[in-house]
Design a protein around this ligand. Structure first.
Ligand SMILES: C[S@@+](CC[C@H](N)C(=O)[O-])C[C@H]1O[C@@H](n2cnc3c(N)ncnc32)[C@H](O)[C@@H]1O
Length: 245
């Protein structure tokens, strides 16, 4: 299958870039993570001490650590061995790490030995050629009251189809077209990575098709007085919460 081949190449790229990613993110993440993604994701998850969280595509483990320090029991996985090796370098209780591929049925089934009060995936889905297998499993993996929270690059305002103008306005081309491209997330990465663009309706409909309801939708921007750039006017990130219907 085409997406399997792309996924394999994708994993190799993440293994090559893993140390660059770890250096850029460090223990607690860059300003995008700390200001835009982590606080609202944590609020939407609404977990309490002792709850179980599954972190899909955990990278160097920055969000897993944030939650584990609050007494959440975190199971975190990533398909890049090098990302997991880097995550394990940071000392932190309450986290178990695994190398698993979220596009692989057997790997996804191995997660079903328990249910989770929260499932999180920060900035991963636009990096995956296939998210349908994962969405099919969410209902089984979540507890009845559990929340599934994911963040992605905002498909309207932050994609290869968006051109930033000098006046900090945007020109958007071809938003509805699903497409694959390569680009960079951090300036220091050795290899360009894949991006898979999908319109917002694709994500929301996939939830609905898998018996999930959308009950949280957040479009964070940088504070105007901290950064006078385009992403204080347009949200570069979209954060969505889904629950069992
Ligand atoms: C942009 S990084 C985000 C990492 C982390 N969640 C964070 O917020 O820093 C995307 C992550 O998704 C992982 N990833 C991509 N495809 C994956 C897959 N099929 N299964 C598991 N992890 C995957 C990559 O290895 C990488 O760690």
């Amino acid at each position: 299958m085409k997406s399997e081949k792309v996924n394999k190449e994708n994993r190799n790229i993440w293994d090559v870039n893993a140390n660059d990613w770890d250096e850029a993110m460090g223990e607690a993440g860059n300003d995008w993570h700390k200001e835009l993604i982590a606080p609202e994701t944590e609020r939407l998850l609404g977990l309490k001490e002792g709850d179980r969280l599954l972190d899909v595509g955990c990278g160097n483990g920055l969000f897993a650590r944030r939650m584990a320090k609050k007494g959440i029991q975190v199971r975190a996985f990533d398909f890049s061995e090098n990302n997991i090796r880097n995550a394990k370098k940071y000392d932190c209780d309450n986290i178990s790490y695994e190398v698993l591929d979220a596009t692989n049925d057997a790997d996804l089934e191995s997660l079903q030995d328990m249910t989770y009060d929260g499932i999180v995936s920060n900035m991963v889905f636009m990096d995956m050629p296939d998210i349908e297998k994962l969405f099919k499993q969410i209902h089984k993996l979540l507890t009845d009251e559990g929340s599934f929270v994911f963040s992605i690059q905002h498909p309207c305002f932050n994609s290869e189809f968006v051109e930033v103008q000098e006046s900090n306005s945007l020109v958007i081309h071809d938003y509805m077209k699903e497409s694959t491209s390569k680009g960079t997330a951090i300036t220091t990465q050795k290899q360009e990575q894949f991006y898979f663009h999908r319109p917002i309706s694709y994500y929301l409909n996939l939830g609905v098709q898998n018996a999930l309801v959308i009950d949280g939708f957040f479009e964070p921007t940088f504070e105007q007085n901290n950064r006078d750039d385009v992403f204080s006017k347009f949200p570069p990130i979209l954060i969505v919460r889904m629950r069992k219907a």
